[in-house]
Design a protein around this ligand. Structure first.
Ligand code: ZN
Length: 185
C-alpha cells in the first residue's frame, strides 16, 4: 500500500541555516528534530530529506564529507532516507557541473523518492524554508509548508505561495499534520 511522506529540506528545517553553504562538519541539528521525525512516523508518514548541496559541485566539500554528515543527521533524527542534489550549473567539479533534473525547484528529488518508496503524493507534504522548496513541492503536485526557522519569508528569493506557514518544523508536525491526520496518538 502506498504511504504518504513528509519531505523535508535539510538546512533551516532539520539543521540550523547559518551560511549559504554549510560545511558538512558544521551542521547543527535542531534539538527538536528527532521528536518531530518520531511524530511523523507515528502519524503514518515517511520522513524523507530532499536537499540541494551545490557545495559539492563548487568544490567546497566532497561527496564523501557530505555523505558522512547526512549519515550523522540520519542517525540523530531517524529520517528514512536522504536524497541529495550535488549539482550546480556553475560548478568547479566537472562531474557535478551540469543542469540536472534534481536541483530544487525542480521536483526530481521528490520524484526519485516517490518511486523508491511508492509514496502517495496526494497525501504528502514538502516542508522548507526557501522559495525553491515550495516550488519543488508544487512542481511535484504536493502540499507545501514554509517554515520560518531558516531563511524564512524575509529571504524568499522569488515569489512562492505555500499552502501553510509555520514557525518551525515542530509547529507543522504537532499542529497542522496532527490535526489533518485526525489522530491523537
Ligand atoms: Zn541535481
Amino acid at each position: 500500500m502506498k504511504r504518504p511522506a513528509v519531505f523535508l529540506d535539510r538546512d533551516g528545517v532539520l539543521t540550523v541555516e547559518n551560511l549559504k553553504i554549510t560545511p558538512p562538519d558544521k551542521t547543527e541539528i535542531f534539538d527538536y528534530a528527532k521528536d518531530c521525525v518520531d511524530r511523523i512516523h507515528q502519524l503514518g508518514y515517511l520522513a524523507i530529506v530532499v536537499t540541494n548541496q551545490e557545495g559539492v559541485a563548487k568544490g567546497i566539500f566532497s561527496m564523501d564529507e557530505l555523505t558522512e554528515a547526512n549519515k550523522r543527521m540520519t542517525d540523530a533524527t531517524g529520517v528514512d532516507d536522504v536524497f541529495v542534489c550535488p549539482h550546480h550549473p556553475d560548478g568547479m567539479v566537472r562531474e557535478y557541473t551540469c543542469i540536472c533534473d534534481c536541483r530544487k525547484p525542480k521536483p526530481g528529488l521528490i520524484m526519485q523518492a516517490a518511486r523508491k518508496y511508492d509514496v502517495d503524493l496526494d497525501r504528502s507534504y514538502m516542508v522548507g524554508d526557501r522559495a525553491g522548496d515550495i516550488l519543488a513541492g508544487q512542481n511535484a503536485g504536493i502540499r507545501t509548508v514554509l517554515v520560518d526557522s531558516g531563511y524564512g519569508k524575509a529571504r524568499l528569493e522569488q515569489e512562492a505561495e505555500a499552502d501553510y506557514y509555520c514557525s518551525d518544523l515542530r509547529d507543522f508536525v504537532f499542529n497542522i499534520l496532527t490535526d489533518q491526520t485526525g489522530e491523537n496518538k
